[in-house]
Design a binder for this molecule. Structure first.
Ligand code: HGY
Ligand code: MN
Ligand code: MN
Length: 420
């Protein structure tokens, strides 16, 4: 039993066991069992995870609702009438063949913070809300950070309704298929939220290398996603001379081959990635007539992101006379974001009061917290990722570190909700 100086009882071993059960159960809700977590938004796997999360919210004594995007909220009412809530949570969708901790570690932490409120009989003045957000990765509908952007009013109803997955299924059709109601409100009044706290795995090697269990995020890099479409001319692979081709894949490959050089030219940790490439008609003996590929650009400095976007557009221009037509969409653009300074110092103070070493750091990954940074007082905790791996089946973090982060979030949420 670890007696927290502030007089709240937290049995870390018990919390850790519950965390392991949550993570293990959620990790079974995958479309690729044995090959990592694939839980796309509004899929059957989403539905199973959603049902589990809502059940655990109810067990923790929370009142549960879902908004017009499918974000899940578990609320512990406060004694102050119409007071803004302190939100604790993360996302519960995944990348294809991803890991079990990216997102769920933060949702599970929220569930455990609420459980500790219940076990300690804490009555908050400001409500506590556990939140499980949808489509942070953008793996099904593109862009990403959809649950938080929708809540913050950055996604119009029209934009939402036009989003389709690779099979042409719309968000509305997919939501209704799993019993969600897209007509419910999506944007949430900023005045109804006092703070947002998120635990996330670091997804990099720093904390593990420094052997420090807790990272306190000070800023999140800016990130942009481009979608490039190259239109050429399909043709016979055997009878079409090389000098009479408009090969959409050769043009795409030519552009992509330049991207590492663009990142290096900017420096300052700028990174450029093409993670998704679709080839049409994708026949071995057919010259591709269309390719669509993603360009993920990140940097701590916005000017580098802007420079890379400009260089990608110039590269596309350079193919102007080569018989292909190249168009570029920008489904997501977010500037680098600072976390709220009071929240950062609160998390630092609670970590040291509990005796957990912590390390101030920036995030190279994007998170819902970067959307909420402009919407409410926002802070993030990181825990180490084994071998710095993430977005792959090997992703793993220590449930003990999650439990320790839960204890910090519990203390911070108790203070922010003025619970007694
Ligand atoms: O891509 C990211 O940084 C996050 O995992 N969505
Ligand atoms: Mn991720
Ligand atoms: Mn994530």
């Amino acid at each position: 039993m670890s007696k927290v100086q502030t007089g709240k009882n937290v049995n870390l071993e018990k919390v850790q066991t519950r965390i392991e059960n949550h993570i293990d159960t959620l990790s079974t809700y995958t479309a690729t069992p044995g090959r990592g977590t694939t839980r796309l938004t509004y899929s059957q796997e989403d539905l199973l995870a959603r049902q589990y999360i809502k059940e655990k919210m109810k067990e923790a004594g929370l009142s549960v609702r879902e908004d017009g995007l499918g974000n899940i909220f578990g609320k512990l009412e406060g004694s102050l009438k119409d007071a803004p809530s302190v939100l604790v949570g993360s996302h519960f969708d995944s990348v294809p063949n991803g890991g079990a901790y990216d997102g769920p570690a933060g949702v599970v932490a929220g569930l455990e913070v609420a459980k500790l409120f219940a076990e300690n009989g804490l009555a908050p003045k400001y409500p506590l809300e556990v939140v499980a957000l949808i489509e942070e990765e953008g793996s099904r509908f593109g862009g990403g950070l959809m649950g938080s952007r929708g809540m913050a009013g950055l996604l119009t109803e029209e934009d939402f309704k036009t989003l389709k997955d690779k099979d042409g299924i719309t968000t509305v059709e997919a939501m209704e298929k799993i019993g969600l109601d897209p007509s419910l409100p999506k944007a949430r009044d900023q005045k109804s939220v006092k703070a947002y706290l998120e635990l996330h795995i670091e997804q990099g090697p720093i904390l593990e290398e420094k052997n420090i269990p807790i990272g306190i995020v000070e800023a999140i890099v800016g990130l942009t996603q481009l979608e490039v479409t190259v239109k050429g001319q399909a043709g016979h692979a055997g009878t079409t001379p090389m000098d009479r081709r408009s090969d959409a894949l050769v043009a795409a490959a030519g552009m992509i081959a330049h991207f590492p050089g663009l990142a290096a030219a900017e420096g300052d940790g700028t990174v450029v990635t093409t993670g998704r490439l679709q080839v049409y008609p994708n026949g071995a003996n057919v010259i591709p007539d269309q390719t669509v590929f993603s360009v993920d650009i990140r940097s701590g400095k916005e000017e580098h992101v802007q420079n890379v976007i400009r260089r990608v557009k110039e590269l596309a221009e350079s193919y102007h006379d080569s018989g292909v037509e190249i168009t570029i969409e920008q489904p997501l653009y977010i500037q680098p974001k600072e976390m709220n300074k009071e929240i950062v110092s609160l998390l630092k103070e609670k970590s040291s009061k509990l005796g957990y070493p912590s390390y101030p750091m920036n995030s190279g990954a994007g998170h819902d917290a970067m959307v909420f940074a402009d919407y409410t007082s926002t802070g993030m905790l990181f825990i180490p990722s084994k071998n710095g791996l993430s977005h792959c089946p090997e992703e793993w973090s220590d449930s003990r570190h999650i439990a320790e982060a839960v204890q910090i979030l519990f203390e911070a949420a108790a203070e922010l909700t003025e619970a007694e």
